[in-house]
Design a binder for this molecule. Structure first.
Ligand SMILES: *Cc1c(COP(=O)(O)O)cnc(C)c1O
Length: 402
C-alpha cells in the first residue's frame, strides 16, 4: 500500500451491504406488479426465511425495533413490569422495553463474548419481572440455553434480540441449529444495512407458537381483523374490524422482494465472513496486547461485527483517529444504553436484591462499560479484499505501537 495519509482517496468502510442488479430487478418486479406494500412478496419472503432458520412461523415487520416491541407485547409486558436484558447493546433493545412503559433491568456481560452473563440473570429476577430479553451481540450467539433454563424455572418468557444473528448457529444436543428457531419463545431479526441481510430497513419475528404469530399479524397492521390483501382477493364483500389497538409495522413488498434475493446470497456471505474473521484472528494474535474475539465451542458466529480489545495502555479515540487518517473507518465498541441521557435515573435498574441501583454511580456494569471504552470494531464485509485486510491489521498494529 505504501504512501498513505493525506493523499488517501479511498476510505475502507466499516460495513457495506452486498447488493447489485439482482436486488434492483427484484424491486422493479414488485413495483411493476401493481401491489407494493405487504402482499405476496412479503408472504413468500416469510416462507423462505422460515425455511432458512428452521422455524414454524416468521412474520415480516418494518424493523427489528418494531419486532421487539411486538414480541414484548405478545408475551404480556405492560406498564410497570420489569424485563431483564443488557445495557451493552444498540439502544433499540432497551428502548423496545420502554415502549411498553416497562423497566429495563440491566445485567452485565461476559467480557469475552460481549454477551449476557447467564450467572447474573437469576439474582435480577423480582416479583415484577415479566420477561427476559437476551441479545446475540454482533452475531455471536449468547448462551441462550443457559438463559432458557433459568427462564423456564421461573416461568418467564424468553425473547431473543437476534438483530445481528441471521445465519449464526448453536450446538443443541449433537446438532447445529440456526438462531431463530427460536431457542427462546420469540426471536427478532433486523434487515438494516449494517446486518448481513438487508432490505434497506426491515425486520422479522420468528416463533413456534401459532397464537403469538396471529398476534404479530394483527398488531403489525393496525389491529385489523382482515388484512387488505385478503379483502382485495375476495369475491364477497368483507367488512374488517379492529379488535385491538395495533400499529403500522408493515414491511413493503418492495423490501420483501429485495430480501428474497438477499436470502439467496446468505450462504455465500456466511462463508466469506467466516473466512475473513479467521484471517483477522490469526493475524491480530501477532499484535501485542490485542485480544481477538473467539467463538465458544458450541457457537458459530456470522461475524456481523468483528470487535477486538485494544492493548491496555492505548487510547481508543486516538487509535480510531489514526486509522481514519490512514483511510480506514472503524467504530468504538457497542454502546451502553444506561450511559445515555435518554436513560435518566429510575428509567432502568441493575443488579438484584439489596444491591439494586440506578443512575451514574452504578457499579454493576463494569464489563459493559469497559467493552464500550476499550474495544474497536474493524471493517468486515463481503467484498473486503485480503489486501485491504492486511493493510488494516498493519495500520492497527502501528496505531497501537505509537
Ligand atoms: C441493529 C440492532 C437493532 C435494531 O434493528 P433495526 O432493524 O434497525 O430496528 C436492535 N438490536 C440490536 C442488537 C441491533 O444490533
Amino acid at each position: 500500500m505504501g504512501a498513505v495519509g493525506k493523499s488517501i482517496d479511498k476510505i475502507i468502510p466499516v460495513a457495506k451491504p452486498l447488493m447489485d442488479d439482482r436486488e434492483a430487478a427484484a424491486a422493479r418486479r414488485a413495483i411493476l406488479s401493481g401491489w407494493v406494500t405487504q402482499g405476496p412478496e412479503v408472504a413468500a419472503f416469510e416462507r423462505e426465511f422460515a425455511a432458512f432458520v428452521g422455524c414454524d412461523f416468521a412474520c415480516a415487520v418494518s424493523s427489528c425495533t418494531t419486532a421487539l416491541h411486538l414480541a414484548l407485547l405478545a408475551v404480556g409486558v405492560q406498564a410497570g413490569h420489569e424485563v431483564i436484558t443488557v445495557s451493552h447493546s444498540f439502544i433499540a433493545t432497551a428502548n423496545s422495553i420502554r415502549y411498553c412503559n416497562a423497566i429495563p433491568v440491566f445485567v452485565d456481560i461476559d467480557p469475552v463474548t460481549f454477551n449476557i452473563d447467564p450467572g447474573l440473570v437469576e439474582s435480577a429476577i423480582t416479583q415484577q419481572t415479566r420477561a427476559i430479553l437476551a441479545v446475540h451481540q454482533m452475531g455471536m450467539p449468547c448462551d441462550i440455553l443457559a438463559v432458557r433454563e433459568i427462564a423456564s424455572r421461573h416461568h418467564l418468557p424468553l425473547i431473543e434480540d437476534a438483530a445481528c444473528a441471521i445465519g449464526s448457529e448453536i450446538e443443541v444436543g449433537e446438532k447445529w441449529e440456526r438462531i431463530g428457531r427460536p431457542h427462546g419463545d420469540i426471536a427478532c431479526f433486523s434487515f438494516h444495512p449494517r446486518k448481513l441481510l438487508s432490505t434497506g430497513d426491515g425486520g422479522m419475528v420468528t416463533c413456534s407458537n401459532a397464537h403469538y404469530d396471529r398476534e404479530f399479524r394483527l398488531l403489525r397492521q393496525h389491529g385489523m381483523s382482515v388484512p387488505d390483501a385478503v379483502r382485495h382477493q375476495a369475491r364477497d364483500v368483507i367488512f374488517e374490524d379492529y379488535p385491538i389497538l395495533g400499529f403500522n409495522y408493515r414491511m413493503t413488498d418492495i423490501q420483501a422482494a429485495i430480501g428474497r434475493e438477499q436470502l439467496k446470497r446468505l450462504p455465500e456471505v456466511l462463508v466469506r465472513r467466516r473466512s475473513l474473521a479467521s484471517r483477522y484472528q490469526e493475524k491480530l494474535k501477532q499484535v501485542p496486547g490485542i485480544r481477538v474475539p473467539e467463538e465458544p465451542t458450541w457457537a458459530h458466529s456470522n461475524w456481523q461485527s468483528f470487535c477486538t480489545y485494544l492493548p491496555d495502555h492505548v487510547d481508543q479515540r486516538r487509535v480510531m483517529q489514526a486509522m481514519l487518517d490512514a483511510g480506514i473507518s472503524t467504530r468504538r465498541g457497542v454502546m451502553c444504553a444506561h450511559r445515555e441521557p435518554a436513560y435518566g435515573e429510575a428509567s432502568w435498574y441493575c443488579g438484584g436484591g439489596e444491591n439494586r441501583c440506578s443512575g451514574p454511580n452504578c457499579s454493576h456494569l463494569k464489563h459493559s462499560e469497559r467493552a464500550q471504552d476499550t474495544t474497536i470494531i474493524l471493517p468486515l464485509y463481503h467484498e473486503l479484499t485480503e489486501t485491504d485486510q492486511d493493510y488494516i491489521v498493519e495500520m492497527l498494529a502501528d496505531a497501537c505501537r505509537n
